[in-house]
Design a protein. Structure first.
Length: 166
């Protein structure tokens, strides 16, 4: 079984970015989106001016200043490699507890369709009042051009009620 990371979330966080499960490289480095080929931190630099070359802890602080939290849909799973398609015996995170501890959260931003699908399947939590955004995956396996990803993720700067990204 592989265990994911605890959430990175300040009490004033308004947006929760959710992946599925950290990659092998991320688990080795003990960093969200630790694979240098993953475009997450490049996207955060383009959208929120979080410096890509800053130390990991400073990047997390930068996201916190933008009221952004990070977590994953899964608490643990069995997986060969880093592909979501190989995940088995998945255990979801405790979203009820997260939402109780972080009452300012209003936006759930899914890093890819699989994260959104799995949240809907396993989270078993009331999300009434939350805006849900399904964003293009930052994974290197996702073939969408970087500039198109940045354009889609830019909605997090000022999410509007009832908008979703296909």
């Amino acid at each position: 079984m592989k265990d994911a990371f605890p959430p990175v979330a300040s009490l004033n966080a308004r947006t929760l970015i959710l992946g599925t499960m950290p990659s092998e490289i991320s688990l080795e480095r003990q960093e969200y989106y630790g694979n240098p080929r993953n475009q997450f931190w490049r996207i955060m630099q383009a959208v929120f001016d979080v410096p890509l070359e800053a130390p990991y802890a400073a990047r997390l602080v930068g996201l916190g200043q933008k009221q952004i939290a990070l977590w994953d849909v899964l608490q643990s799973c069995e997986r060969v490699g880093s592909l979501d398609s190989t995940i088995q015996n998945a255990v979801p995170n405790d979203f009820s507890g997260m939402f109780t501890e972080h009452p300012n959260l209003k936006v759930l931003a899914f890093n890819g369709k699989k994260a959104a699908e799995w949240f809907e399947k396993w989270a078993r939590v009331d999300t009434t009042g939350f805006q849900k955004l399904v964003l293009p995956s930052s994974s290197p396996a996702a073939a969408l051009a970087f500039d198109k990803k940045v354009t889609a993720w830019a909605v997090l700067r000022t999410p509007s009620a009832n908008s979703e990204i296909p």
